[in-house]
Design a binder for this molecule. Sequence first.
Ligand SMILES: *Cc1c(COP(=O)(O)O)cnc(C)c1O
Length: 466
Amino acid sequence: MQYISTRGAAPALDFEATMLTGLARDGGLYVPAEIPVLTPAEIAALAGISYEDAAFRIMRPFIGETFTDDEFRALIAAAYAGFGHPARAPLKQLAPGHFLLELFHGPTLAFKDFAMQLIGQLFQAALKRSGQRVTIVGATSGDTGSAAIEAFRGLDNVDVFILFPYGRVSEVQRRQMTTPAEPNVHAIAIDGDFDTCQALVKDMFNDFAFRDRVRLAGVNSINWARVLAQVVYYFTAAVALGAPHRPVAFTVPTGNFGDIFAGSIAAAMGLPIAHLVIATNQNDILHRCLGTGVYQTEAVLPSISPSMDIQVSSNFERALHRAYGGDGRAVGQLMDELKASGRFAVSQGALEGLRELYASGRVSEDETSATIARTLRETGELLCPHSAVGVKVAEAHLGAAPMVTLATAHPAKFPDAVEAAADLRPALPPRMADLFERPERMTRLPDDRAALQALIFDRIGMEASA
Ligand SMILES: *Cc1c(COP(=O)(O)O)cnc(C)c1O
């Protein structure tokens, strides 16, 4: 299996190199050169098997020769062993025809554990074999960083540096990043906002000398292996509700478009998906783009669903690549325009293609809080604010196909917003009840790339060269 860049001007890579590289050198994102298709019989055979067995069958065609079948099975088993639910991604019914897919039973209580726990294992296995060491650097508004630290803590051959905006993540998120004691974990609080952190990371990736010297690797949501891991639960949920014999719809709380893009891969693999509904908070660039065909960035508005407070939705580039029929030059031009002017217009043909698969909706802050309160009252289910955005949008898109809303985080990860909305403070699951007693460890830095690079050299035991 070969992977190509969405901008068509970087070398094609195999699965292992794609996973270890992250961003392509032409600035694009890696996508499979072709998508393997499962037959209806193969999809039907996923019914009733374990999450791990389904994950193996769905992901196996994408990994080529990188791992043997036995190795890959063992890595999948290790990835999901720490989840707090035997089904891994259980489905709950909210209303007639409306289901909630609980993706928050992983070690950091957000759906990002599905991908991050797996790529921790995949990195470890690939690096052990080659004897290489890598430095992972990532920026986070909270959930990605905690999931990455949890996945890579204590692994050989990997140092993990996570940049988060000082004072702007929830206390649970911060403690999940600052309490792991392993020496390969480095939580860095940056004076600035999420965009400051993300810009620092991008600059380091574009400093090719630094990138090569410390063997920089990325695990942010543009890493293909993360998208791939997220394809699995679309299959397990749809099959539980009658696929491939009937189509199923999904609503996905969306920020960087990684989670919902995985749904489009499931559809391309043959899963009958009626539509994928993009649910946004007041940061609604994707909803506006689908409506008007113009992708126009605006200032980020902080919300009670902070993991979706994003204006440039990185993985949308992959959807554009599909909508433009794989034309890397056209995608590259759009991205150049975005960089130059903060906007671009999608061609009519591509827009029609996007609208065939995707629908969208936007939810205000008040509607989000009201949905948390009402869902608790009607169903007994306590939603996190991101999941509430999804439920509210899904309710406007119920139709003949069963609707599955992705519950992307546990309510206890955002206790203040949930308590303000529902007058009930969600408790952490018992296995992490001592989070507030564990000692914290972090480094605070200004928005200064040179200082950050010096710190990285120091921590990984390398001399900073001139
Ligand atoms: C990351 C995140 C999202 C957004 O997912 P994308 O893949 O970036 O679209 C939604 N909800 C929660 C809780 C998250 O952590």
